[in-house]
Every structure is written in C-alpha cells, then in structure tokens.
Design a binder for this molecule. Structure first.
Ligand code: CP
Ligand code: NVA
Length: 302
C-alpha cells in the first residue's frame, strides 16, 4: 500500500496479511501508541454512523487523536478548492480519512497534500467496508477462493469494491443488477480479464443459487435520494427474502453494509434471522480499519 488506501487494488500481493492482522487485533482488543502525538483529520461530506465511529475509536486505540470536519462547518462548503485544502491539512494533520462524492477529491488530496489519505466511501467505492466484509467471511470460511458470494441489487459503490475484493481474494461473485444499474463496466471487465470469477446477471435467483454469502445494499445510496421513487419500482424484484435465501448454500449467511431499509432490499425476517451477520460486519469495521491504519501510517513514518 503506497502510503494511502484509496482502493482494494492498492493492497498488493500481501492482502491476506491484513486479514490475519485484523484477526490478531480483534482477539486481543489491540491498543498501541503508534499514533501517539498524531492528529488524524476526518472529512465527511456525507452522513455516517459506523465509518465515523469505527475510525474515531480505532485512531484512539492506536494512541492518536481525531478531528471531525464537515463542509457545513468548514470552508469546503464555501467551495474552497480541494487543492488548497489539501496543502493546509498537510501543515496540521498526520493523515486524512475522507468520505466524499467524487473520487477526484481523493486524487487531489493525494496529489496536493503530503499526508496519507484513506477512502471512507465515495460514489464509486467503499473499500474499507469491502475489506472488512472479506474479513467477516474469512472468520467463518478462511478458504476464500472456494467461496461464492451473490450480490443482489444496485451496482453501486459497494458492488464496485466487492468486485475488486473478489479479484484480489479469489472468491466467486455473481452480481444480480437491473438494467441501467450495473457496476462500473471497466472495473468488471478488467476483473474478468484478470481471471476473477465475477459475472453479471439480471436474475437474483440465479445469483443466489449455491451462494455461501448473499449481500445486498440500499436501493438508493446517499446522493441518489431524488431518484427514490423510480428506484423503488426498478428494484422491486431485488429483495433478499427467505425464498431467495433458500436457494443459497446450506448455512449461507446474509450480509449488508448497513444502514438497511427492511422491507425494501431485505425482508425483516432475513435481517433478523440467524443467517444474518450484519452486526459482525459492523464490528469488524473497527478491527480491519485498525489494521489498515497501522499499515498506512507505519509506511508513512518509515
Ligand atoms: N456501512 C457504512 O459505511 O455505514 P455508515 O454510513 O454508517 O458509516
Ligand atoms: N451504498 C450506500 C452505502 C452506505 C454505507 C451509500 O453509498 O449510501
């Protein structure tokens, strides 16, 4: 990882080591002083519960401190250029964790700043969530290349990052998405050309067949609220309910990054069922992000 964590593809060949490190940190409720004297800035241009909390707790467990900033209370909301903001941040802070709309914001922070940047979600990707999710799968079934995941719903930021995760970790991923709501076609094509077991279908039943993990996300992501009515019609057949789960492999798990809209992309029955591992996923954000930060910030110091 070159001092930043922007996408899963940044991980390189030792990606598996990060899963093992997260497991060690989880097992001992890891604390350290790696970040003693360091101040990490969180810039969040979209709402967050899990990502903000898990990063803030994780920074504290690594001995550092955080500042949380949003556009409404900073000059970002008054259109101060990212190029200038990046150079200011670099004079005060030791790292920046960013949730934003465009990936271009991350690119500018990397280009104009000189502190490590971690991607905490964009319209295009959510790599910290996807990596935590791989860790959650790995805890149950360490033989990742033998596993099948079904994605049901919008080809959104989560779907894109899971495609990258499938490519790196070798599990099979079938995405069932309605026409016009597919994941990034270039990402999908590149993954397929690199030999990843990733394919696209329109049919949730086809994706769920024999899957060990069935994953879904909201029909309208942050930033798409205005399309809500249209999307409710388009996605009506894309609900993970008990009938869909019955097609999956015996003992299959239900996954969701949260927040969930029960009765839309998932039935309340499946969400609350023993198959649901959504709160383990939420917890694992903390452990995986501590492992990511340890690697990113250690590389930045060396
Ligand atoms: N899953 C996730 O990123 O949740 P938040 O939006 O609450 O951070
Ligand atoms: N796809 C969702 C994920 C939220 C964690 C969104 O972008 O709103």
């Amino acid at each position: 990882m070159p001092g930043h964590f922007i996408k899963i593809g940044d991980l390189g060949p030792d990606a598996g080591a990060l899963l093992r490190r997260a497991a060690e940190m989880k097992a001992c409720r890891y604390h350290s002083d790696l970040l003693r004297g360091k101040v990490i800035l969180l810039i969040f241009e979209k709402a967050s519960t899990r990502t903000r909390l898990s990063f803030e707790v994780g920074v504290r467990r690594l001995g550092g401190q955080c500042i949380f900033m949003t556009p409404t209370e900073s000059q970002l909301g008054r259109a101060e250029p990212i190029e200038d903001t990046a150079r200011v941040i670099s004079r005060y802070n030791d790292g920046v964790i960013v949730r934003t709309f465009s990936e271009n914001v991350l690119r500018l922070l990397v280009e104009y700043g000189n502190v490590p940047v971690i991607n905490a979600l964009t319209d295009e990707s959510h790599p910290c969530q996807a990596l935590s999710d791989v860790f959650t799968m790995y805890e149950r079934r360490p033989d990742l290349p033998s596993l099948k995941m079904a994605w049901v719903g919008d080809g959104n930021n989560m779907a894109n990052s899971l495609i990258e995760a499938a490519r790196i970790f070798g599990f099979a991923l079938t995405l069932a998405c309605p026409e016009g709501y597919e994941p990034n076609p270039a990402l999908l094509r590149e993954a397929q050309e690199a030999g990843a077991k990733v394919r696209l279908t329109r049919d949730p039943a086809n994706a769920a067949q024999g899957a060990h993990f069935v994953y879904t996300d909201v029909w309208s992501s942050m930033g798409h609220e205005a399309e809500r009515q249209t999307r409710e019609k388009v996605f009506r057949g894309y609900c993970v309910d008990a009938a869909l789960m019955s097609l999956a492999a015996p003992g299959a798990c239900f996954m969701h990054c949260l927040p969930a809209h029960k009765g839309e992309e998932v039935s309340a029955e499946v969400f609350e069922s023993p198959a649901s591992i959504v709160f383990d996923q939420a917890e694992n954000r903390l452990h995986m992000q501590m492992a990511i930060m340890e690697r990113v910030f250690t590389e930045a110091q060396s």
